[in-house]
Write a protein that binds this ligand. Structure first.
Ligand code: DSN
Length: 483
């Protein structure tokens, strides 16, 4: 067993040497890599979908597994020599099944969008193609005639999907028109209650009864509240829909047992998708969990819609999932949720307006219109002061999805650095200082601008100095010294 000091020295030396090897080929990349670490260390990272993976997870991605093709699935590959990839993929899937209590896990998706595409096509294959093949008395796709394909294409292309609208907090892959999900499906959207901003299950049920979707999508990327997935499953069952939950944002809270019972999507959904790099704190990538019933069609993800699996990333997923099984991850996940409460309370006590009035997950959505700003202006002013966030629509947003009226904040990353209640209260204070000191700018022609802004003199420096004090107390990768 190595001591923490030995471990830190090993990590520092490994990265310093790796950067030397990289720098000998393309010094600008080694330099940008060092600069990225410095920037991440020096800023308040509040983007709700970002985190800091452990050195073990990061290092696992930098190996020769990157060089191997392995299309197909474990034990059934389109390439020879995949025995070690099989080992890696099996271990990652085993950890995922155990951690989430899932019947089946597919760890190949390269991203959240890929995971959702795998899920959509798996549901279509299971619900549309499967019965159609059986009805036609066919054994497999090779038996289809051109006329059969024509009929199947028509049927596949006319299915209904009901998802949460983007401005209510859904994700663009849940049927938003510019995304393929909004084009490949006959889509419809549910929103939130205009008064409370909360999900209205009765309204959702009424819409589902009227629309009768094949796929009902639950999950969100900017809704600051928990969802009762048992209720959503009842609605799906009533209308004969497959329930797909996208838990990309809150997978860490599920893994860490903050969301249990009705709030845990895994026992209630037919198919669950996620990314692995957000609150779950793993490598950049995606994953699909499913019931046994959907497993065979999910397993066809590659080559159905995915290119060759990223074996080095699957290996890193296995490491991250092993980390998430540890007791310390439960403590972390609970702290993420507690910190979101502290941040929300800090904003509310300073007069800021929060969508839904607060939070009970890992994110807070601040409506910045009361400061006379668009989300775009607020995001830029905050960035100038070293506070990294992203603009986001609020329900029925008058400024649309580009300029927006909201700023989304998340606690996973700074919680990894060790921030607690007091620091998040200070973060709220700093954010409010910036927003209160920002004025909308004007266009070149002198008219009102939705993008430019003017931040009061000295505010950025003052906020950066206050942030630096907290960041210094909670260093990122404390043992990692590249000097
Ligand atoms: N980009 C992710 C997010 O920020 O929520 C989702 O795609």
């Amino acid at each position: 067993m190595t001591s923490q000091a030995d471990h830190d020295a090993l990590t520092s030396s490994a990265y310093a040497q790796a950067l030397e090897v990289i720098g000998a080929v393309e010094p600008r990349i080694a330099e940008a890599t060092r600069a990225e670490l410095a920037d991440q260390r020096a800023s308040l990272k509040l983007i709700a979908s970002e985190n800091y993976a452990s050195p073990a997870v990061l290092m696992t991605m930098g190996t020769w597994f990157s060089d191997k093709y392995a299309e197909g699935t474990v034990g059934h590959r389109f390439y020879a020599g995949c025995q070690n990839v099989d080992t890696v993929e099996s271990i990652a899937a085993e950890h995922a099944r155990e951690l989430f209590g899932a019947e089946y896990a597919y760890v190949q998706p390269h991203s959240g969008i890929d995971a959702n595409l795998v899920a959509f096509w798996s549901i279509l294959a299971h619900r549309v193609e499967g019965p159609w093949l059986q009805k036609a008395g066919l054994r497999g796709v090779n038996d289809l005639t051109e006329a059969d394909w024509e009929a199947l294409r028509r049927e596949l292309g006319n299915q209904r999907l009901l998802g949460m609208s983007l401005d209510a907090g859904g994700h663009l892959t849940h049927g938003f028109r510019p995304n393929i999900s909004g084009k490949m499906f006959h889509q419809n959207q549910y929103g939130t209650d205009p008064e409370t901003g909360l999900l209205d299950y009765d309204a959702l049920a009424a819409k589902a009864r009227e629309f009768k979707p094949l796929v009902l999508v639950a999950g969100y990327s900017a809704y600051p509240r928990r969802v009762n997935f048992a209720k959503v499953r009842e609605i799906a069952d009533e209308v004969g829909a497959t329930l797909m939950v996208d838990m990309a944002h809150f997978a860490g809270l599920v893994a860490g047992k903050v969301f249990t019972g009705d709030e845990d999507p895994v026992p209630h959904a037919h198919v669950v998708t996620t990314t692995t790099h957000k609150s779950l704190r793993g490598p950049r990538g995606g994953m699909v969990l499913a019931t046994e019933e959907y497993a065979p069609s999910v397993d066809r993800g590659c080559p159905m819609v995915l290119g060759g699996p990223l074996s080095h990333v699957m290996a890193a997923k296995a490491v991250a999932l092993a980390e998430a099984k540890q007791e310390s991850f439960r403590t972390y996940a609970q702290q993420v949720a507690d910190n979101a409460q502290s941040l929300a309370a800090g904003f509310t006590s300073r007069g800021a307006h929060l969508v839904t009035g607060g939070t009970d997950n890992h994110l807070v959505l601040l409506d910045v219109s009361s400061y006379g700003l668009t989300g775009r202006q607020a995001e830029s002013a905050l960035l100038e002061a070293g506070v990294v966030t992203n603009r986001n629509s609020v329900p029925a947003d008058p400024n649309g999805a580009w300029y927006t009226s909201g700023i989304r904040f998340g606690t996973p990353a700074l919680t990894t650095r060790g921030f607690g209640h007091d620091e998040f209260d200070t973060v709220a204070d700093l954010v409010v200082q910036v927003l209160s000191s920002t004025q909308p700018g004007t266009t070149k022609a002198g008219g009102p601008s939705k993008a430019s802004y003017v931040l009061g003199d000295g505010v950025a420096d003052k906020v950066k100095a206050a942030s630096a004090e907290m960041l210094d107390k909670h260093p990122l990768y404390p043992g990692l010294d590249l000097a």
